[in-house]
Design a protein around this ligand. Structure first.
Ligand SMILES: Nc1ncnc2c1ncn2[C@@H]1O[C@H](COP(=O)(O)OP(=O)(O)OP(=O)(O)O)[C@@H](O)[C@H]1O
Length: 244
Protein backbone atom coordinates (compact mmCIF):
# COMPACT_ATOMS: atom_id res chain seq x y z
CA UNK A 1 0.00 0.00 0.00
CA UNK A 2 1.27 3.45 -0.91
CA UNK A 3 1.60 6.33 1.55
CA UNK A 4 -1.13 8.09 -0.49
CA UNK A 5 -3.59 5.34 0.48
CA UNK A 6 -2.52 5.46 4.11
CA UNK A 7 -3.21 9.21 4.10
CA UNK A 8 -6.62 8.58 2.48
CA UNK A 9 -7.57 6.18 5.29
CA UNK A 10 -6.37 8.66 7.92
CA UNK A 11 -8.34 11.47 6.29
CA UNK A 12 -11.50 9.32 6.27
CA UNK A 13 -11.07 8.44 9.97
CA UNK A 14 -10.47 12.12 10.74
CA UNK A 15 -13.66 13.12 8.85
CA UNK A 16 -15.82 10.32 10.29
CA UNK A 17 -14.80 10.84 13.90
CA UNK A 18 -13.76 14.52 14.03
CA UNK A 19 -10.27 13.67 15.22
CA UNK A 20 -8.18 16.70 14.28
CA UNK A 21 -9.17 20.36 14.69
CA UNK A 22 -7.50 23.66 13.92
CA UNK A 23 -5.12 24.69 16.68
CA UNK A 24 -4.53 21.17 18.00
CA UNK A 25 -1.13 20.17 19.32
CA UNK A 26 -0.96 16.43 18.84
CA UNK A 27 1.51 14.12 20.55
CA UNK A 28 2.08 10.89 18.63
CA UNK A 29 2.49 8.04 21.13
CA UNK A 30 5.70 6.75 19.61
CA UNK A 31 6.75 3.26 20.64
CA UNK A 32 9.34 2.97 17.88
CA UNK A 33 7.34 0.12 16.34
CA UNK A 34 6.25 0.19 12.69
CA UNK A 35 2.69 1.39 13.43
CA UNK A 36 3.57 4.50 15.38
CA UNK A 37 6.51 5.25 13.04
CA UNK A 38 4.19 5.24 10.04
CA UNK A 39 1.57 7.26 11.93
CA UNK A 40 4.12 9.92 12.88
CA UNK A 41 5.36 10.23 9.29
CA UNK A 42 1.82 10.18 7.81
CA UNK A 43 0.53 12.86 10.19
CA UNK A 44 3.53 15.06 9.36
CA UNK A 45 2.53 14.82 5.67
CA UNK A 46 -1.17 15.32 6.49
CA UNK A 47 -0.13 18.50 8.30
CA UNK A 48 1.33 19.81 5.02
CA UNK A 49 -2.06 19.48 3.24
CA UNK A 50 -2.94 22.62 5.24
CA UNK A 51 -6.65 21.73 5.35
CA UNK A 52 -6.18 21.64 9.14
CA UNK A 53 -3.63 23.69 11.05
CA UNK A 54 -2.16 21.64 13.85
CA UNK A 55 1.25 21.02 15.36
CA UNK A 56 2.86 17.70 16.05
CA UNK A 57 5.47 16.05 18.21
CA UNK A 58 6.28 12.46 19.08
CA UNK A 59 6.64 11.20 22.65
CA UNK A 60 8.40 7.94 23.41
CA UNK A 61 8.00 6.62 26.94
CA UNK A 62 11.25 4.86 27.72
CA UNK A 63 10.20 1.98 29.97
CA UNK A 64 13.83 1.37 30.96
CA UNK A 65 14.37 -2.06 29.39
CA UNK A 66 18.02 -2.98 29.27
CA UNK A 67 19.33 -3.42 25.68
CA UNK A 68 16.74 -1.11 24.14
CA UNK A 69 18.45 0.80 21.35
CA UNK A 70 16.95 4.27 20.84
CA UNK A 71 19.26 5.23 18.00
CA UNK A 72 17.02 3.97 15.14
CA UNK A 73 14.11 6.10 16.38
CA UNK A 74 16.35 9.14 16.77
CA UNK A 75 17.68 8.58 13.22
CA UNK A 76 14.11 8.22 11.92
CA UNK A 77 13.03 11.51 13.53
CA UNK A 78 16.09 13.27 12.13
CA UNK A 79 15.58 11.83 8.65
CA UNK A 80 12.04 13.24 8.43
CA UNK A 81 12.66 16.34 10.53
CA UNK A 82 10.21 15.27 13.25
CA UNK A 83 10.17 16.59 16.79
CA UNK A 84 10.72 13.55 19.03
CA UNK A 85 10.75 13.66 22.84
CA UNK A 86 12.15 10.69 24.73
CA UNK A 87 10.73 10.51 28.22
CA UNK A 88 12.93 8.45 30.56
CA UNK A 89 11.05 6.50 33.23
CA UNK A 90 11.67 3.76 35.81
CA UNK A 91 8.63 1.74 34.79
CA UNK A 92 10.66 -1.45 34.30
CA UNK A 93 11.88 -1.30 37.92
CA UNK A 94 8.25 -1.11 39.11
CA UNK A 95 7.24 -3.97 36.79
CA UNK A 96 10.02 -6.19 38.14
CA UNK A 97 8.77 -5.58 41.69
CA UNK A 98 5.18 -6.58 40.78
CA UNK A 99 5.32 -9.73 38.62
CA UNK A 100 2.29 -11.92 37.93
CA UNK A 101 1.99 -15.36 39.65
CA UNK A 102 4.08 -16.90 36.82
CA UNK A 103 6.92 -14.46 37.50
CA UNK A 104 6.34 -12.45 34.30
CA UNK A 105 5.91 -8.71 34.05
CA UNK A 106 2.28 -7.63 33.90
CA UNK A 107 1.25 -6.21 30.49
CA UNK A 108 -1.77 -4.37 31.90
CA UNK A 109 0.32 -2.66 34.60
CA UNK A 110 2.96 -1.73 32.00
CA UNK A 111 0.31 -0.32 29.69
CA UNK A 112 -1.31 1.74 32.48
CA UNK A 113 2.01 3.13 33.69
CA UNK A 114 3.08 4.00 30.14
CA UNK A 115 -0.24 5.74 29.47
CA UNK A 116 -0.01 7.74 32.70
CA UNK A 117 3.46 8.91 31.80
CA UNK A 118 2.56 9.61 28.20
CA UNK A 119 -0.35 11.87 29.10
CA UNK A 120 1.72 13.67 31.73
CA UNK A 121 4.51 14.31 29.19
CA UNK A 122 1.98 15.36 26.53
CA UNK A 123 0.45 17.89 28.89
CA UNK A 124 3.88 19.17 29.96
CA UNK A 125 4.64 19.78 26.28
CA UNK A 126 1.42 21.74 25.67
CA UNK A 127 -0.44 19.01 23.75
CA UNK A 128 -4.23 18.62 23.84
CA UNK A 129 -4.44 15.30 21.99
CA UNK A 130 -2.50 12.06 21.94
CA UNK A 131 -2.54 9.88 18.78
CA UNK A 132 -2.01 6.14 19.11
CA UNK A 133 -0.82 3.78 16.37
CA UNK A 134 -3.66 1.25 16.76
CA UNK A 135 -5.20 -0.05 13.52
CA UNK A 136 -8.28 -2.03 12.50
CA UNK A 137 -6.76 -5.42 13.29
CA UNK A 138 -5.89 -4.21 16.81
CA UNK A 139 -9.55 -3.20 17.24
CA UNK A 140 -10.83 -6.63 16.15
CA UNK A 141 -8.30 -8.41 18.41
CA UNK A 142 -9.45 -6.24 21.32
CA UNK A 143 -13.08 -7.16 20.58
CA UNK A 144 -12.26 -10.90 20.65
CA UNK A 145 -10.13 -10.53 23.79
CA UNK A 146 -12.98 -8.75 25.57
CA UNK A 147 -15.44 -11.46 24.54
CA UNK A 148 -13.13 -14.33 25.32
CA UNK A 149 -11.63 -13.18 28.61
CA UNK A 150 -14.11 -10.52 29.81
CA UNK A 151 -17.51 -11.73 28.59
CA UNK A 152 -18.29 -8.38 26.97
CA UNK A 153 -18.66 -7.11 23.42
CA UNK A 154 -16.52 -4.00 23.24
CA UNK A 155 -13.46 -2.51 21.63
CA UNK A 156 -11.55 0.77 21.94
CA UNK A 157 -12.96 4.01 20.49
CA UNK A 158 -11.48 5.87 17.49
CA UNK A 159 -11.70 9.06 19.58
CA UNK A 160 -12.06 9.15 23.32
CA UNK A 161 -12.03 11.99 25.84
CA UNK A 162 -9.86 11.15 28.85
CA UNK A 163 -11.59 13.16 31.54
CA UNK A 164 -8.96 12.62 34.23
CA UNK A 165 -6.21 13.85 31.92
CA UNK A 166 -8.52 16.37 30.17
CA UNK A 167 -7.18 15.27 26.84
CA UNK A 168 -8.41 13.50 23.70
CA UNK A 169 -7.00 10.18 22.65
CA UNK A 170 -7.27 9.59 18.88
CA UNK A 171 -6.50 6.57 16.70
CA UNK A 172 -6.19 7.83 13.12
CA UNK A 173 -5.25 4.43 11.60
CA UNK A 174 -8.38 2.48 12.58
CA UNK A 175 -9.43 1.96 8.95
CA UNK A 176 -6.12 0.26 8.10
CA UNK A 177 -5.14 -3.38 8.39
CA UNK A 178 -1.78 -4.41 9.79
CA UNK A 179 -0.75 -5.72 6.37
CA UNK A 180 -1.37 -2.27 4.79
CA UNK A 181 0.99 -0.78 7.35
CA UNK A 182 3.64 -3.46 6.83
CA UNK A 183 3.56 -2.87 3.05
CA UNK A 184 3.71 0.92 3.40
CA UNK A 185 6.65 0.61 5.80
CA UNK A 186 8.44 -1.71 3.38
CA UNK A 187 7.88 0.65 0.44
CA UNK A 188 9.20 3.58 2.46
CA UNK A 189 12.11 1.71 4.09
CA UNK A 190 10.73 2.17 7.59
CA UNK A 191 11.97 -0.46 10.00
CA UNK A 192 10.70 -0.50 13.56
CA UNK A 193 13.06 -0.57 16.52
CA UNK A 194 14.08 -4.05 17.74
CA UNK A 195 11.64 -5.21 20.42
CA UNK A 196 13.07 -6.19 23.78
CA UNK A 197 10.02 -6.75 26.03
CA UNK A 198 10.41 -10.22 27.61
CA UNK A 199 6.67 -10.93 27.07
CA UNK A 200 6.84 -10.18 23.37
CA UNK A 201 5.23 -12.92 21.27
CA UNK A 202 3.67 -14.65 24.32
CA UNK A 203 0.69 -12.44 25.05
CA UNK A 204 -3.05 -13.15 24.86
CA UNK A 205 -3.20 -10.61 22.04
CA UNK A 206 -0.58 -12.55 20.08
CA UNK A 207 -2.57 -15.75 20.60
CA UNK A 208 -5.79 -14.13 19.28
CA UNK A 209 -3.88 -12.53 16.39
CA UNK A 210 -2.56 -15.91 15.25
CA UNK A 211 -6.01 -17.56 15.50
CA UNK A 212 -7.63 -14.70 13.55
CA UNK A 213 -4.95 -14.84 10.85
CA UNK A 214 -5.51 -18.59 10.44
CA UNK A 215 -9.24 -17.94 10.20
CA UNK A 216 -8.73 -15.18 7.57
CA UNK A 217 -6.55 -17.51 5.51
CA UNK A 218 -9.63 -19.76 5.10
CA UNK A 219 -12.23 -16.95 5.07
CA UNK A 220 -10.62 -13.87 3.47
CA UNK A 221 -13.92 -11.93 3.30
CA UNK A 222 -14.18 -12.04 7.10
CA UNK A 223 -11.20 -9.70 7.46
CA UNK A 224 -12.92 -6.58 6.02
CA UNK A 225 -16.28 -7.62 7.47
CA UNK A 226 -14.96 -7.83 11.03
CA UNK A 227 -13.48 -4.34 10.77
CA UNK A 228 -16.54 -2.77 9.13
CA UNK A 229 -18.89 -4.46 11.62
CA UNK A 230 -17.31 -2.32 14.36
CA UNK A 231 -19.07 0.78 13.01
CA UNK A 232 -22.29 -1.00 11.95
CA UNK A 233 -24.06 0.01 15.16
CA UNK A 234 -27.56 -0.08 13.61
CA UNK A 235 -27.24 -3.85 13.20
CA UNK A 236 -26.47 -4.87 16.77
CA UNK A 237 -28.80 -7.48 18.19
CA UNK A 238 -28.01 -8.76 21.66
CA UNK A 239 -30.09 -10.42 24.38
CA UNK A 240 -31.98 -8.28 26.83
CA UNK A 241 -33.32 -10.46 29.61
CA UNK A 242 -36.69 -9.37 31.02
CA UNK A 243 -35.50 -10.46 34.47
CA UNK A 244 -33.13 -7.45 34.70
N1 LIG B 1 6.77 3.14 24.96
C1 LIG B 1 5.80 3.79 24.31
N2 LIG B 1 5.84 5.13 24.19
C2 LIG B 1 4.87 5.81 23.55
N3 LIG B 1 3.81 5.22 22.99
C3 LIG B 1 3.71 3.88 23.07
C4 LIG B 1 4.69 3.09 23.73
N4 LIG B 1 4.33 1.78 23.65
C5 LIG B 1 3.17 1.77 22.97
N5 LIG B 1 2.79 3.01 22.60
C6 LIG B 1 1.58 3.40 21.83
O1 LIG B 1 0.60 2.38 21.97
C7 LIG B 1 0.29 1.81 20.69
C8 LIG B 1 0.01 0.34 20.83
O2 LIG B 1 1.02 -0.27 21.58
P1 LIG B 1 1.72 -1.65 21.19
O3 LIG B 1 2.32 -2.21 22.41
O4 LIG B 1 0.79 -2.47 20.37
O5 LIG B 1 2.90 -1.06 20.27
P2 LIG B 1 4.02 -1.83 19.48
O6 LIG B 1 3.44 -3.02 18.78
O7 LIG B 1 5.21 -2.01 20.37
O8 LIG B 1 4.43 -0.73 18.40
P3 LIG B 1 3.61 -0.13 17.21
O9 LIG B 1 2.13 -0.29 17.52
O10 LIG B 1 4.01 1.31 17.17
O11 LIG B 1 4.05 -0.91 16.00
C9 LIG B 1 1.50 2.12 19.81
O12 LIG B 1 1.16 2.15 18.43
C10 LIG B 1 1.89 3.49 20.33
O13 LIG B 1 1.09 4.52 19.77
Amino acid sequence: MKLRHILGAIQKADTDFGMIEDGDKIAVAFSGGKDSMLLFLALSIYQKYKTKHFSLCGIHVDVGFENFDHQPMIDFAEQYNLDLIIDQTRIYEILKKHPNPRGQIQCSLCSNLKKGDLFRAAKANGCNKVAFGHHGDDAVETLFMNMMYGSRIATFQPKQYMSRQQMDLIRPMIYLKEQDIIEACRKNHITGVRRVCPNDGFTRRQYIKEKLNAFYAENPEAHDNFISSLSNIDQIELWKSSAK
